[in-house]
Write a protein that binds this ligand. Sequence first.
Ligand SMILES: Cc1ncc(COP(=O)(O)O)c(C=O)c1O
Length: 491
Amino acid sequence: MNEIQEMSRADARSSAPVQARGLDATGWTAKRRDFLRILGYGAGSMALGPMLAACGDSNAQTTAETLRAQLVQDEAFWTEVQKMFILDPSKTYMNIGTAGSMPKVVLDLFAEENRKKAADSGNGYSNLLAQRQQVAPGFGVDADELAFSANTSSGMCHAILGLDWQRGDVVVTTNHEHGGGDTPLKIATDRYGIEVSRIAMPVGNNQTAATYVTLFDDRIKQLKAQGKRVRAMMWSSPTYKTGTMLPIADLMTVVKAHGLISIVDGAHLPGMMAYNYGELGMDFMSGAGHKWQCGPGSTGILVIRNKIRASNPLPLPKWYPIHTSTYPALERANSATATYDVAASVTSCGSVHTPMFLALVEACAQWDKIGRKKIETYDITMASYLKEKIVERWGVDSLYSPKDDPKLLSALTSFNPFQVKTDVMDATKSNTFVARMLSDYPQHFVVRNANFSVIGAPSDHYGVRVSTHVWHDANDIDLLVNAMWDLSRKM
Ligand SMILES: Cc1ncc(COP(=O)(O)O)c(C=O)c1O
């Protein structure tokens, strides 16, 4: 066992902010002082500088230190936020991209509402207007534009399968989409005869927001030159595979230039990014309630453009509810005033489990209270810190997530952890890496991998993906990187 492994997570947590708290380390064991020195704390950190500089790019080192300082400066605040969760302290949960965790206050409200519902033999015939009114401002829209869905996949089905597709309509998307969006696209292909044109996604740091504008614009122009009728663009912001944030505002310029319908798979956006969807102006953004927003399972947020705003003057696409008890059968007018509450038609379908959505509303209220922008800044800064630490050890080419264009950043970080770079195409080896991060280290890191095609590669890469969220701190990143480095050398 190395010295990192010997440190328990509890030890690490309590010793992390030594300087910030002004703790006296004189009575500590040599092992613990060594550990702090490794993390760059205390007098020993001066001596560590040249050693780390020798490991790689000295600029990256400086950036990492700057980011770390930013993370710890508001430590007391984030410690209070961390206390909101009941996460098992024996593990370090870094797969929020798959599932978040409800804060205690949300769990309590959920339990209470379940009991009330049972006591009253209550029903759930509601479009939850009051609750949508409460949540919508946090997303920059009105209640008629914010629906509660069952999850991201459900929202993508509502969006895609509700459109009046014509045979031969083309949807331009990417080859890094999730099944949540790809499945309804496939149904629309088989049922309505649409065609899907996929852009091969770049990976790594050598890309910018302009890369995506060019990729989509060029593809649309090529298709049009072939006489194709391009009708829509669909993309993930960010992709679940590499965490690349496809830049919505930039891609909306392409959407508007070509007069297209815009569908964003935003599974990871609610609770991670503080976006104002009214200002972004996409037609649909389907997000999860149960991931970064930390609401219950089977909850999602679907934003639907339902009136003309300055952000998107294009006419509203013709769209029918496909899963509803509310069908006003009205044509939506292209004006600044909504014709009807389109979000009600998505939210209301028979009797819904109201406690679940009340719990989601509470999670949203907590996020609004903490500050959505504050959360976004913290999550992204942690991911940036992680990326810089990865660059120091593995080099910038190991990153699948971009790090330098701020528009492409998300709190999902994907990279190749293997010393023999081609090992990342070995699914078994990648699965073993993920399994051993959980089993072999005292912090029991929960991370995941995802496979994706890489331009020019003979087969899929199985990158390792890390989610950084409100219950983590810089210390968790340090421990994670040390463990991943240790494991990569053992494998
Ligand atoms: C990009 C993306 N889309 C859709 C989904 C499906 O999410 P949900 O379980 O909320 O339907 C996921 C889940 O990880 C995802 O990452």
